[in-house]
Design a protein around this ligand. Sequence first.
Ligand code: NPG
Length: 377
Amino acid sequence: MPIARPAAAVTLEGFELRVLQLPLVSPFATSFGTETVREVIIARALTADGEGWGEIVTGAAPLYSSEYTQGAWDVALRWLIPALLDRQRLAPEDVAETLGPFVGHRMAKAGLELAVLDAALRAEGRPLGEYLGAVRDRVPSGVSVGIQRDAAALVEVVGGYLDEGYVRIKIKIKPGRDIAETAAVRDAFGGIPLQVDANSAYTLADADTLAGLDRFDLLLIEQPLQEDDLVDHATLARRLKTPVCLDESIVSEKSARDALALRAASVINIKAGRVGGYLEAVRIHDICREADVPVWCGGMLETGIGRAANAALAALPAFTLPGDVSASKRFYARDIVTEPAVLESGHVRVPTGPGLGVEIDLVALEDFTVAREIVRR
Ligand code: NPG
């Protein structure tokens, strides 16, 4: 179901962009690198009657996708923001079309769209969840666990998260750090809901190794092959018993349609940043719902801004698998919102206040800011 009731247009007066660097509570290691600090861009839309906040989820380096902080910063200031400010009065539903002529840069577009959407919904007093079509007031919370020193260390870390109440575990894998790790977690914790994420680290030549994961009864294997390997993913999916889920490959509603038509995936991870915004994310949700394909909400180590929006998105009906919507403190000792997401009986609450439903901790925001720019019309 598309957005039932569009938001009213806002009068845009400017944007503020900030680069933030937030220290992580522990290093986060994936097949593409280890992060100790999350670098992220926060966008603030300045309107005639208020403001709205968005998050551009690029990282410091183009390792997960081609986007990265300085590229997003440049394209936002040089092209995207001027195009939006040209429109003066703008409804959130028109942001994607206005930015359409600029190829790619979906994370930058998504963060700006969220800022406009938050401003519009705050002005109307409407919560984002209600606007997107949420049907739940809280969402089950999964946790993504980075690659550890060895399998024993992984078991210890996973045990800690299970004790906290997370209802699903995802472990990062890469070649040589896959079968033994998965076996160790299965042995230690029995039939817990478990899935693995390869972040594009394999090729079809690794099909035998990946088939070795079939015996662990995983919920899914996420993005084993490259972003543009839709056909190879379809070939691999025929080989595996474990359901193949796509993340990096799904960059738009069109690519989601193609993946389903090719049977390259039987589950989809939806991340608003990766697909160009929360409205495109809802469109992907809708086609998956129609096709009876389960989806879940991915995470990009969001601050309290993106985390609030993800909780709202994950409350839509086809999100039938727990997402990477964890408590803020899984990543951050200090967040930039006044009420960071917490884990309550394995769930995270969907905010109910206007817009994102969270207030910004301006002192924390300032403390983490390493660059700032304001553009006015
Ligand atoms: O819970 O926010 C979270 C992190 C979930 O593992 C996670 N994210 O590949 O999905 C991923 C990974 C990621 C994080 C990707 C940051 C890119 C940037």
